[in-house]
Write a protein of this length. Structure first.
Length: 748
């Protein structure tokens, strides 16, 4: 089914342009008539609203008023707008002749106005006309390009957003789905549809159709269901009509025939409503279509009025009969409305009951969500705390030269502890994604350095499985990009980790390619290939399910099964998907594409200042920690820098020792018996405002960050921690307390 009416409905004209030179005032018939830009803006907004709702007869009436007032003050810009709006109304009412005539008038007055925005709009209008009325998509796309180029030239981001939107509609009709996707992404990034939510909803609807045409039914369902929810909220029946149509098609392709039938029934309901609206609009449009002419005379209206009065006199008896029929008709309508009101009241009562049930279910769901979050927080603390001891002690022992003969065993111990920490982090990562707790941090980064750093972190696994690792970076990949580098790192680390686990005596390749690179944007495709065990066809869908494992008689590796699900969810947050190619026994290839901003001038990526740890010699630090093993690990790490350590086993003891002695810094564990770190820090801050206090915690810091800084702590270290980062954080806070010490900083 071609989306002719749907296409037109989403072409709502742009809002009025502010700052016109014309003051919109002129003497007419001896009296001063003043029509300000705000006056026209209100009329245009009203026309837009009626147009979007499909009430084209009302929209036509408003457009007539726009033309009357614009002609009265001889303003070509607003005359252009009036004809432009009328053209779209006639297109929606399938009157292409009047539509074309009004578009030509709109173009003529846009040229007279010498306004680049108006000219850009006429390009967009002609593109829409050729696409919808003529089905000439090649000509239409050419006009779309002209419109986009002009909007970019005048830096009109709102107009540019709508130009991209209309290009999507044409590309979808032309079945050029890849082109449509590029313009959808561009429109979404501009994000200029706050005043007309129908545009944002329309973009989601078209993304659903795009994924449907690409046979990616999961993503299609996701965007179509989002469209349906939003369209219902805003009463957009045309969006609902097509969203249900595509959803029915997607569900049918997936073999979900019952759900597909239900979606088809919903589509049919909105389709019938749409057809009724067209019939009604067509009937009323016959009395509201208006041809504005510079030569229309008042005498013409008077003559028509006289003829009308004569006709009324001649047909007085007919009028009486008509009134009787009208009375009966309105009586029937009244009865129908009464019955509808009674049914509506009954439905409202039923809805109130359903709403109560929904609120109860919602409260229960929120309670379970809080319980789940608390559980993961507890698990995080209980597992990470002993891991801190294991990783810390193994790191210390590895540095002991007298234990050189046990180095291999200690490396294995540390690797096992690091691996266990990675499993814990996988589980917590899934929970954070499902709870929408991930932040979208945008930063500048060097893609080559990022990939090389990530690859180097798998050196131990590479050696253990006797693999070779290769990095292939295309020459056209920009030297500096801007985007979410943390999310990209998580995706690549999971994919490379899988490749290392399931490949022995083989090759692992990380390939980075760029396409559609311009001055501001670049599509970057990352591919991780291996020569490992491969994946059977019947397993390719299930491996992206949580806790799913690859079964192999010749391979005994087991993990959480969370790596690929995390990748899939993180890519969904970046509006991307994972592509898999694999052959059993010959290896696998995972690819994904993300659009990044291109940084033209290389910015200096500031590297953290590395401070000289000799500055810590002789410093006194109070370690507040209830776990004996963790006390030993922390103390040994600090004593390597000749730090004088004092131990406090709980918050009360810390408060007492901080009063009696003078310390350069306090390391405060957050979770302790008797009195926790938050309470202890609050007490210490009452009498000591300057001493740096660093929180030590194994809990996810997002959950307690506010409490930590609110009680007066200066910084946070998450256990288990990197020794270098640990000592640098301590040194940074001590030197911040004594600014004169900053002269000893050195950069590396």
């Amino acid at each position: 089914m071609k989306k002719w009416y749907f296409f037109l409905l989403l072409l709502a004209p742009s809002a009025v342009i502010y700052g016109q030179d014309n003051d919109a005032s002129q003497e007419v018939s001896g009296s001063s008539i003043i029509y300000t830009p705000d006056f026209f803006e209100k009329l245009i907004d009203s026309s837009n609203i009626y147009y979007i709702k499909g009430e084209h007869s009302k929209s036509l009436g408003i457009n007539v008023e726009i033309l009357e007032k614009a002609f009265a003050i001889e303003d070509p810009y607003y005359i252009h707008y009036g004809y432009r709006h009328m053209a779209y109304d006639y297109l929606a009412l399938n009157d292409t002749l009047l539509a074309r005539e009004n578009l030509e008038k709109s173009e003529r007055y846009a040229t007279l106005s010498k306004n680049d925005t108006a000219i850009a709009l006429t390009y967009m209008d002609m593109a829409n006309f050729y696409s919808g009325a003529k089905a000439d998509h090649i000509t239409a796309l050419d006009y779309h390009d002209k419109s986009i180029n002009l909007f970019e030239k005048i830096k009109d981001s709102a107009g540019l957003a709508k130009a991209h939107f209309n290009t999507v509609l044409t590309a979808m009709l032309a079945e050029e789905y890849n082109k449509a996707l590029i313009h959808i992404i561009n429109a979404k990034k501009l994000n200029k549809f706050e005043e007309h939510t129908s545009f944002s909803i329309g973009l989601d609807n078209m993304l659903g159709e795009y994924y449907l045409r690409k046979n990616n039914y999961e993503m299609a369902d996701r965007y179509l269901l989002r469209t349906i929810e939003a369209a219902k909220e805003h009463g957009l029946s045309e969006e609902l009509e097509y969203a249900y149509l595509y959803l029915s098609e997607s569900l049918s392709e997936q073999g979900k025939y019952q759900e597909a039938y239900e979606a088809h029934v919903a589509h049919k309901e909105y389709y019938d409503q749409h057809m009724d609206n067209l019939v009604n609009n067509g009937a009323t449009a016959a009395t509201t279509k208006f041809e504005v002419s510079e030569y229309r005379k008042d005498i013409k209206a008077a003559e028509l009025q006289t003829l009308l009065q004569e006709e009324i006199v001649k047909n007085k008896s007919k009028l009486n009969n008509f009134l009787i029929i009208a009375f009966i008709f309105f009586l029937i309508i009244f009865i129908a409305l009464f019955l509808a009101y009674r049914n509506r009241k009954q439905l409202i009562n039923e809805l109130k009951v359903k709403n109560k049930e929904y609120l109860l279910a919602k409260e229960e769901s929120e309670r379970l969500s809080r319980a789940k979050s608390n559980f993961f927080s507890t698990v995080s603390h209980e597992l990470r705390t002993p891991l801190y001891g294991v990783i810390g002690l193994s790191t210390i022992l590895l540095e002991d030269t007298s234990l050189k003969e046990h180095e291999k065993d200690l490396n294995s111990l540390k690797f096992s502890a690091d691996y266990l920490l990675a499993l814990i982090n996988d589980v917590l990562q899934i929970n954070k994604i499902e709870s929408n707790n991930l932040e979208d941090e945008q930063n500048s980064f060097n893609p080559r350095e990022l990939v090389e750093t990530i690859a180097s972190s798998f050196e131990y696994m590479k050696i253990q499985n006797r693999n070779n690792m290769h990095i292939e970076m295309a020459d056209n990949v920009p030297a500096l990009l801007r985007g979410n580098s943390v999310r990209l790192s998580q995706i690549l680390m999971n994919l490379i980790s899988n490749a290392c686990k399931f490949t022995e005596n083989g090759d692992i390749s990380i390939v980075v390619r760029a396409w559609d690179v311009n001055a501001s944007k670049a599509n970057i495709t990352f591919t991780v290939k291996d020569t490992g065990i491969g994946i059977a066809k019947e397993k390719r869908e299930s491996i992206f399910d949580e806790f799913s494992q690859i079964d192999s008689k010749n391979y005994t590796y087991q993990g959480t099964g969370l790596g690929l699900p995390i990748v899939k969810k993180l890519l969904a947050l970046s509006d991307s998907t994972i592509e898999l190619e694999s052959e059993l026994g010959k290896g696998s290839s995972f690819s994904f594409t993300i659009i990044f901003d291109v940084i033209q001038q290389l910015e200096e990526l500031k590297e953290p200042d590395i401070m000289d740890t000799k500055m810590l010699a002789g410093k006194k630090i109070l370690i507040v920690e209830d776990n004996r093993i963790n006390q030993i690990v922390t103390q040994k790490i600090l004593e390597k820098s000749d730090i004088i350590c004092t131990i406090a086993e709980n918050g009360d003891e810390a408060i007492h020792k901080a009063r009696e002695d003078s310390f350069d810094l306090i390391l405060m564990d957050v979770n302790m018996p008797v009195k926790n770190g938050i309470e202890a820090s609050t007490e210490i801050r009452k009498y000591n405002k300057t001493i740096p206090i660093i929180a030590l915690t194994a809990v996810e810091i997002e959950e307690i960050r506010y409490q930590i800084f609110e009680c007066g702590m200066n910084d946070i270290i998450v256990k288990p921690y990197d020794v270098t980062k640990f000592t640098q954080t301590i040194l940074k806070n001590i030197t911040a307390k004594n600014p004169a010490n900053n002269s000893h900083l050195k950069a590396i």
